[in-house]
Design a protein around this ligand. Structure first.
Ligand code: SF4
Length: 214
């Protein structure tokens, strides 16, 4: 199926797209507008640390949405609540239960907004990265949808039909910021520890960008 043949579940006409960043949502946004689907980008990612990294990711996503005339909902940087929920999970590995909590929190908020604003379908960019466990993301999305009658989590596999390759192409075309860790303070710590063991420099926030020739 080509992207232009994407069909929203149950024949609904609009979608709330939870986005974690511009690189991950770029090809999904393109697929949605190519298919003529009415959608809104919803940015709720209180996991991202520090604030400078959060602002970089969010502002880039806002700029990309504005470029395409797509409505963008910017939700609170609710980091205190995220840290409260992460208590005791600080040393869990990526793809473990801290990530389940993190996906749950973000998708529960997305589902609530969808319910309150007349969206019957929501989706997320979280599963497009090959670093993520797609089943884990989808399970969290479905759990979030269960709170509301008639709300559907659209578990389309955005990696397929060239989605993963297009994600990188768009990132290079747009010269998006190239994030080097998942997002939270613990993933930053663990990524830096990995780099230290490999003899590499620590991550420098705000310095790495995709380029056409790389
Ligand atoms: S590693 Fe990523 S998904 Fe997991 S808790 Fe941290 S920010 Fe969330």
């Amino acid at each position: 199926m080509k992207q232009s043949q994407l069909i929203v579940p149950n024949g609904h006409s609009k979608v709330l797209l939870h986005s974690c960043c511009a690189p991950c949502s770029g090809s999904i946004m393109e697929a949605l507008y190519t298919a003529g689907i009415d959608y809104t980008v919803f940015f709720y990612n209180p996991n991202i640390h520090p604030r400078r990294e959060y602002d970089l990711r969010k502002n880039e996503n806002i700029a990309y949405a504005e470029k395409h005339g797509v409505p963008f909902v910017d939700v609170d940087y609710d980091s205190e609540e995220w840290f409260a929920r992460a208590k005791g999970l600080e040393f869990e590995p990526e793809r473990g239960i801290r990530c389940t909590m993190c996906f749950d929190m973000r998708l529960e908020r997305t589902a609530l907004y969808a319910h309150e604003h007349g969206f019957k379908v929501f989706a997320t960019s979280l599963g497009i990265s090959r670093w993520k466990d797609l089943q884990q993301v989808n399970d969290c999305g479905k759990r979030a949808a269960e709170h509301y009658p008639d709300l559907i989590f659209w578990d389309n596999n955005w990696r397929k039909k060239g989605g993963s390759a297009r994600m990188i192409e768009i990132s290079k075309e747009q010269e998006f910021y190239q994030q080097e860790y998942c997002g939270c303070i613990y993933s930053l710590r663990d990524s830096n520890e990995y780099r230290r063991q490999k003899g590499l420099e620590s991550i420098k926030i705000g310095t790495k960008f995709y380029h056409q020739d790389k």
